[in-house]
Write a protein that binds this ligand. Structure first.
Ligand SMILES: Nc1ncnc2c1ncn2[C@@H]1O[C@H](COP(=O)(O)OP(=O)(O)O)[C@@H](O)[C@H]1O
Ligand SMILES: [Mg+2]
Length: 381
């Protein structure tokens, strides 16, 4: 029996849960030639949603879809390398004409790509060192996207990464190209809301106002519970809607964490058995035990102010006004200015994130790694 709770890799459509409205919204925006800025805290489901959108018939038939995760890139050269390789790999299985148009356009690096004459498999012999002029190659890549024989959608995941490249002009360079394009829409996505919002909503930045923002929220509580009950039932295992809600509430509706718990429980459940709340508690307990070492190491590597602030946020659950006198005093933090600094550190490390709430658009801080969140509460209160 296949485990219906996929926690790695591509999720087959049958095991993809909900996201109907978001899918629709993205498709409408793309059809109207908007670029999209897709954010959420880590592991809420951005990457899976992009894949899901690309699988829809309206998109699949009409567009070339490209997806690059640039998390591990740290220079413009690596970005160009990643984009070029993705286009090549996507085009190889398709029509020869499209591929030769690509290779004919990206002259500066074309020699790095070939097709195995026997198996027909794509071979990328390109080395980073072969990209002598990343700006020129980037121009060629965008020029290909403009003249491709179908419209293109390029998803660049973990896009905040470009903000830390050593080259100073990357944002402006990309923006200049993208602004001039008619044939390709971009989905910029990433978990670092802090950096991405600065990039896309500060007037002074090149990407200001250039993409339609979509912040991915939790999957609806009822829909998620329905998905859980149905998939256990298909395997002859009982679980009540209330028990599914219990897990949802404990883990604040964060997709991966809930899925991981149900994945583990499913792995050990016999047909005819029932999943109870106790079973959920014990599954979480063993996940925390497995992670204790990693969490301990993470804390050990942090400065004292960052550590204290992280613990204070874990204890509070959803914490606002971190630099207020009341918060600083209550948690015995050293000073508002040290909290401000620690907050930036934690945001950059993605150990905390924030929701925007209420009529005053107040930032409410939380720990996106729900297992770490519970672990901190268990260990420090
Ligand atoms: N719609 C979904 N249906 C089923 N599982 C999902 C869905 N969205 C996310 N997941 C689960 O959450 C995990 C993290 O999703 P992912 O898209 O990688 O998050 P993000 O890109 O936001 O960090 C997936 O590996 C999968 O286990
Ligand atoms: Mg992702």
């Amino acid at each position: 029996m296949i485990n219906p709770f996929f926690i790695t890799g591509l999720i087959p459509e049958r095991y993809f849960c909900d996201r109907e409205q978001e899918t629709e919204k993205i498709i409408v925006a793309l059809e109207n030639r908007s670029h999209i800025l897709l954010t959420s805290s880590r592991r809420m489901g951005k990457t899976q949603l992009i894949r899901h959108v690309f699988e829809q018939d309206v998109i699949k038939g009409k567009y070339y879809t490209f997806y690059s995760d640039i998390f591990s890139t740290s220079t413009l050269k690596e970005l160009v390398f990643a984009l070029g390789r993705e286009i090549y790999k996507t085009l190889v299985p398709g029509e020869k004409k499209a591929l030769s148009l690509f290779l004919g356009t990206i002259k500066s690096i074309a020699a790095g790509f070939s097709v195995d004459p026997v198996t027909g498999a794509p071979k990328v012999n390109l080395q980073l060192g072969d990209i002598y002029s990343p700006e020129l190659t980037l121009e060629e890549i965008f020029s290909y996207l403009e003249k491709a024989d179908k419209r293109c959608i390029f998803a660049i995941d973990e896009f905040q990464q470009i903000a830390s490249y050593p080259e100073k002009n990357v944002e402006a360079l990309l923006r200049t190209h993208i602004q001039a394009m008619n044939n390709c829409c971009f989905i910029f996505s990433g978990s670092n809301r802090h950096i991405l919002e600065q990039m896309f909503s500060s007037y002074a930045r090149p990407f200001y106002n250039s993409a339609k923002p979509l912040h991915l929220e939790r999957i609806d509580r009822e829909k998620y519970a329905g998905f859980v009950v149905r998939n256990f039932k298909d395997a002859g295992i009982r679980i009540s809607v209330e028990t599914a809600h219990y897990c949802y509430d404990l883990l604040d509706g964060c997709t991966y964490y809930m899925h991981k718990v149900f994945h583990d429980i499913f792995s050990y459940s016999e047909e005819g058995s029932e999943v109870t709340c106790d079973r959920i508690d014990s599954a979480i307990k063993s996940i925390l035990e497995e992670n204790t070492y990693v969490y301990g190491e993470t804390l050990a590597r942090m400065g004292i102010s960052a550590k204290q602030l992280l613990i204070a946020i874990a204890k509070t659950g959803r914490a606002s006004r971190l630099t207020s006198g009341a918060f600083v005093k209550k948690h015995a933090l050293s000073s508002p200015s040290s909290v401000q600094k620690a907050m930036r550190t934690l945001l950059d490390m993605q150990l905390i994130t924030y929701d925007i709430q209420g009529p005053k658009n107040e930032k409410v801080f939380l720990i996106p790694d729900k297992f770490l969140d519970i672990w901190l509460r268990n260990n420090y209160s």
